[in-house]
Write a protein that binds this ligand. Structure first.
Ligand code: DGI
Ligand code: FE
Ligand code: FE
Length: 193
């Protein structure tokens, strides 16, 4: 499928405001990729598809998650996490995306993971700071994004974790591990620099 065909089909999967979010993530991901040395075309494609399954019925997401063999421990956590691996599976199955790096960036865009690639980080951060986003602390993350991809992403995960704690919700352990891993990378950089 070409770029326009993918965009039209993704757009039809979601309400108009979520499509506007998707366009914002695409533009922001391209900009961050250029700034931090990821592939802008891959960043745009991953962003285009990152929330493709967001509005699927939860039961359908559960079915695809199990069918994909990628459920892991996710079934025991917030269904809000499921659309990311479901999206990666669907991107390959229904949109013909073969690039493993793009599929990974979709797969890990919500939870994060240990050993996030540059592309993973760019898409995940773009999701936090695209122009339509408005949550406490978002402007600070936007400012940090001009200076450090990793420090900005830590602040993004901080905001999610703080929100989950404030609401008495469980935290998916991989999000904590992803945050720790980014801080470890930053500490190592500081030691070497
Ligand atoms: O799909 P979006 O709304 O654009 O953003 P997203 O893919 O980052 O989804 C974030 C949602 O997932 C948000 O409502 C919080 C929820 N969530 C629940 N538990 C966790 C979690 N997000 C992360 N990163 N980690 C969790 O443990
Ligand atoms: Fe998402
Ligand atoms: Fe999103």
């Amino acid at each position: 499928m070409d770029r326009n065909a993918i965009m039209e089909r993704v757009r039809a999967q979601m309400p108009e405001r979520r499509w506007a979010h998707t366009v914002g993530v695409m533009e922001t991901a391209v900009r961050l990729a250029e700034r931090y040395g990821a592939d802008p075309a891959k960043a745009e494609l991953a962003a285009m598809l990152h929330d493709v399954a967001k509005y699927w019925a939860i039961e359908e997401q559960r079915r695809v998650l199990i069918e994909s063999g990628e459920a892991g421990d996710l079934l025991g956590y917030d269904p809000a996490l499921w659309h990311a691996p479901v999206g990666a599976y669907v991107a390959k199955r229904d949109y013909g995306v073969e690039d493993a790096a793009v599929l990974d960036a979709i797969r890990w865009h919500t939870s994060g993971r240990v050993g996030m690639t540059k592309l993973d980080k760019v898409v995940c951060l773009a999701d936090y700071i695209e122009p339509g986003r408005d949550f406490p602390g978002v402007d600070r993350i936007r400012e940090e994004a001009e200076r450090s991809l990793e420090r900005a992403l830590v602040l993004g995960f901080d905001s999610t974790i703080a929100y989950l704690i404030a609401n008495g919700r469980p935290i998916y352990p991989l999000t904590v591990m992803a945050r720790n891993d980014l801080i470890r990378q930053l500490d190592k950089e500081a030691d070497n620099g």
